[in-house]
Design a protein around this ligand. Sequence first.
Ligand code: ARG
Length: 457
Amino acid sequence: MWGGRFAEGPAAVMREINASIPFDKRLWQQDLAGSRAHVRMLAKQGIVTGPDSSAILAGLDRIEGEYIANGVNEDLALEDIHMATEHRLAELIGPAAGRLHTARSRNDQVATDFRLWVRDAIDAVDAGLASLQKALVARAGDHADAVMPGFTHLQVAQPVTLGHHLMAYYEMIRRDRSRFQDARARLNECPLGSAALAGTGFPIDRHATAAELGFARPTDNSLDSVSDRDFALDYLMAATQCSLHLSRLAEEFVIWASQPYGFVSLPDAYSTGSSIMPQKRNPDAAELVRGHSGRIAGAMISLTMTMKGLPLAYSKDMQDDKPPVFEAHDLLALSIAAMTGMVETTSFVTAKMRAAAEAGFSTATDLADWLVRVAGIPFREAHHITGTVVRLAERHNSALVDLPLEKLREIDERIDGRVFEALSIDASVASRSSHGGTAPQQVRARIADARKALGMD
Ligand code: ARG
């Protein structure tokens, strides 16, 4: 395709290092879409004749059928998906194939294809994340008032509800979806027609190709158009942040499934056994989601390092943009699907969660708050009194709510029998009724908002 000024062919190793077809074959659909839009525009503008453009379009249709039936021909000599398709077109329709590349370069071609691919990837991720949110919201609805310990430092802190905990992840995913949508909006400008770097003298219509490919508008600077990979980095950064959330949820499942916790029983469908220990039910899917997040972050760093310091405009380094994006996308899509399945099918052992919430003096803050509210004691002093009560309870191996009133009054005589109402874990969660708090009534309200936003009702 470019051999005119060369006397000799490339060395085998040159061919190998240069070729991107083993991975950029994934762009074949986008490449065909871009070529179709381009040739239609060329014909409309009178740059190629009607018969030539019809022959090209018919050839592209045949190639599409061949790719669907047999996959893309991965001959390294054809270098990349753009050349492979054009080469096949020439075999099919002869010299008219050579007119397709008028007013186009592989630089604007690949920039366009890759934007289209990332746009599709964003749409697929968004659909997956919506399903994950629906699963979280549905399970939160089932457990809006199931009390569990809330943790800080992984130490029992205050009682919360399982519904509240699951809805925390709904919020993270809501932000992820909005980050992907931001990325999509910025991505949605069409570089096609920027040609190699400087634009073209042919009377092309960039608005027409942009519109046909579903872009909001053409890009405004040809140099930037062929050297910009921000859209791929935006995708990777959003994917990284999303995968952090999936990894945190996965980690909670790993902890909750461990025997000392026993908060969940993972379904067979998302667990594995051990080849030596017959009793094992390992949370491998959750662990792989946790592991994959590291690889996704690695992909983001990989492209960041590729782009750092590249002068305008195109450099071949930029061919390395695709493997990290493809890898991250595959890992993210799989992680989203696995987490969705786990959220949908895990059984929550709410009795264990409840017992753990009872066990860790989790209503100590409620006692301090009661001393402030009912007995009028300043919070710092109430905190100190409560600490003494906790020490007593620890000594007697008793829950706060089971301590005898006389013992409490020995510590501070302003305490009276009404205090016990504040010390139950149900009373504790019910009292946390500020907006966004863990009170079941608040959690239900947030679930109702979420169901509406997700069109679940
Ligand atoms: N396979 C190339 C890539 O992915 C296409 C662009 C080639 N452009 C060039 N000037 N050699 O980056």
